[in-house]
Write a protein of this length. Structure first.
Length: 118
C-alpha cells in the first residue's frame, strides 16, 4: 500500500445507503498501511447535513488510527460551511496551490469508489 491515498468523494458514497461500505474501505486502507488519506472534494459543491455528518465520521475513524486526513479541492460553498460550523479547525485543508504536488495517474479501485494512490 502506498503512503498517500487520494479518495475522490461523491455525494453517493456519503449517503447512508453506501456510507457503511465506504467506512469499511477507509478501514481497509488504514490497515493495509495508508498513512495519509486525502479526501478530494472536487465533485462536491455542497454538503447536506447527513453528508457533513459522514465526513465527520471519517475524521473520527482516522483520528483513532495514526493516519493523517487531508482535504483537497474544496468548493467555496463547502469552505464557508466548514467555517460556519467551526470544522475548518478540525480538518487539514490544502490550499489549491499545494494540491498540484499530489496529482498522480496511478489509480486503485476502492470498492467501486474512485481512488488515486501516489
Amino acid at each position: 500500500m502506498n503512503v498517500l491515498v487520494k479518495i475522490v468523494l461523491s455525494h453517493e458514497v456519503l449517503e447512508k445507503s453506501q456510507f457503511a461500505q465506504f467506512q469499511k474501505e477507509i478501514e481497509r486502507l488504514i490497515e493495509s498501511g495508508g498513512k495519509i488519506l486525502m479526501l478530494d472534494f472536487s465533485n462536491i459543491t455542497f454538503l447536506k447535513n447527513a453528508e457533513l455528518m459522514a465526513v465527520v465520521a471519517i475524521v473520527k475513524l482516522v483520528r483513532d488510527s495514526e493516519c493523517i486526513l487531508l482535504i483537497s479541492a474544496m468548493s467555496e460553498q463547502v469552505r464557508i460551511l466548514f467555517e460556519l460550523t467551526g470544522l475548518e479547525q478540525i480538518f487539514q485543508c490544502l490550499p489549491p496551490s499545494e494540491e498540484v504536488a499530489f496529482k498522480s495517474d496511478l489509480t486503485e479501485p476502492l470498492g467501486g469508489l474512485q481512488s488515486v494512490a501516489s
